[in-house]
Design a protein around this ligand. Sequence first.
Ligand code: ADP
Length: 799
Amino acid sequence: MLKSIKTKILIIQFGLVLFIVIVLGFFGYSLLVGYLKTAQKEKLEFIARHKADMMQSYFSEKKVLMKRMSEGSEIKLYYRKYQDISLLEYFAKFKEEFPVLSFVNEEGLEEVKIVNGEMSEGLRDISKTVIFQDALWEHNKPVISPLEYNHELGAPAINLAIAKYAYFGDEFVGMLLGTIPLSEITKDISRLEVGESGFISLIDRQGNILAYPREDKIPNRITGRGKEAKELISNAMALKNGFARATILGLDGFVAYAPVKDMEWSVIVTLPYDEFISLPNKLRNTFFGGTFVILVVSGLLNLKITGSLIKPILKLNLAAKALSEGNLSQRVDIESKDEVGTLSESFNRMSENLEQIIQKEKKLAETDRKRAEELKKAYAELEKSEDAALNIMEDLDKQKEELQNAYKELQQEIAERKNAEEKVKASEERTRLLLESTAEAIYGLDLEGNCTFCNPSCIRILGYRDQQDLLGKNMHNLIHHTHPDGTSYKMTECKIYQAFREGKGTHVNDEVLWRGDGTSFPAEYWSYPVFREGKIIGSVVTFVDITERKKVEEALAQRAQELTRLNAELQQFAYVASHDLQEPLRMVTSYVQLLEKRYKGKLDTDADEFIGYAVDGAKRMHMLINDILTFSRVGTRGIPFKLTDCEVVIKQVLTNLQVTIKETKAEVTYDPLPEVMADDIQLAQLFQNLISNAIKFRRKDLPRVHIAAKKEEDYWVFSVHDNGIGIDKKYNDKIFQIFQRIHSRDEYPGTGIGLAVCKKIIERHGGQMWVESEPGKGSTFYFTIPIKEANEGKEESRG
Ligand code: ADP
């Protein structure tokens, strides 16, 4: 937009006009406003002065009148004491000028008085009044009194008086006293207009308001707001001239004041600010309105002028643009003979020349184009045939390549297949070998339960000649149809078929299978489902003939039974033997002892010695039999297990052993011990044997024994540790056998039954016992007791 010349010119012109208008307007406006303000001020001042002058001349006139009155023949006649001459008529002539008029005699008494043209009876003595005194001084010169309230008129008024001196001016003959009401004096003020809403007021030197023409209630004193007002009021009261802007009597305005000298009054003219300023305001509005109109008009004019100037240039511009876009026939109208006209002419000529040149070139180009096209066609034909030939060759190449690839793939496939076949063959061979060599019978089943393959062991064990006898046959009907007791085995219950019915492996330990000849044999079999691509397609069954194993198992069971019986018998025998042997032994012992008692020293020394051996032998025999009895009682006299607190047991054992412990100064300690399921009497016997052994097999130092228990998975491991002589490793097993000892009886007393009893007790409780020891340092005896629930182990009773 700004690129266009027209816009630029418009903006420049418009800006120029705007600038000039604003500058000139502003100065003009300021000058005018200044002038207006001065004019207003002068006007107000003039009004004030004029009014003051008017009043001044009013009073002068009244004075002149008073003087003239005093010089009237009526007055002369009167004071010359022609009493019969009445002044009333004379006074009535002046009732307009002086509503109250009186003649005062030399003593200051009113003699004649009219009020509003009527004779008044209210004659006063004014000899003491200021005006009387003032007038007395001024011989034949009128004086004016200050404003005072007049009773006759009932209003504020001023008095004028003139003292009449006659007889060559030496003798005071009387005084004329006239009264003018204030309203009469100020009526002109009320009438005078100051602008539309301005007014004139009158004040005296005290600031009392004498005239106030506005309709509001007349205020008593002049008032003002602000510094200017105060200054203005004091100036006015000092009878000065002046002008100011101030808020007087509640009105913000411009105020001019001027004194009325004779009366010591001041005229105050007030023009409200709004009115004072209304003219400049009007002027301002007119100025702005005018500026706007000037701008609009100048804008339109600009538009018009620049339009007519720019139009031919625009046309030329458009034509040049059209020419640049290829429109060679474009010409411009020549509207004027100025520079633009010449430019347009040159443009038209240039376009013409250009058009001719281009026409020529076009023709040449056309012939060239035609030739080129023909050449192109010929070349295209040539290229086409060449392309066709190339395409055929490419196709051939491609086909050849494809054939080669296909051949390669075929060869690879053949190789892979061969490889796979070989692998399959090898695997089949391995499977075949495996199947044929294994002693276990193996056969396959389809989903109907028919045989799909079988190995030589299978054919052999089932008593057939070759696999044709089995292939395709229902194997349940063939080999699994009947239970050992002769009842039929239903196919729906067949555990072999369960494998492919339920998809999980089955293992049966003890069923019979039937041979081809109708006999049966015990068998153990496994049947596993066979999957292909996630689906069950049948199962593979493996079985073995367990006839031999069964026989062995039966024999073993028989042997075990026999052993148990023998063991029981042996235990019974040991118990009975030792028990029954006790009686004859007691007899032998008591009689041998009797022999010793009666015949010791009475026979020869040999006899004494022999009797001694016999007594000793009998005692030992007694001990041995007791030991055997104790040992056999472990198995035969045990009581049922119950929950036993080991700490309670230990405490009991320590009480039993207290004499030994005291004698040997042994120290026996124990950790917190558990509760176990046990025969408490036997448990006490066990601990007592172990602790007394620990003390018995002590070294020279004081014996120290410590008992502890440790929890393993499902049993407690107890340990009884001592600091005794220790045991050589090679005796670790021997010491637990009955009557087996390492030391002679002279070294350490004992029969070698203690540890055997301990071991038997532990075995009865389902545990184990062993020793770990280092000779000369000490031994630790370990035993285990299974952790059982309180209700378990009840079956354990006398075995
Ligand atoms: P006895 O104590 O009657 O000899 P035991 O069966 O109790 O029979 O002990 C067998 C043997 O084991 C003992 O003769 C002894 O040699 C050895 N023995 C047992 N307890 C200990 C022990 N705490 N320290 C060393 N040896 C021991």
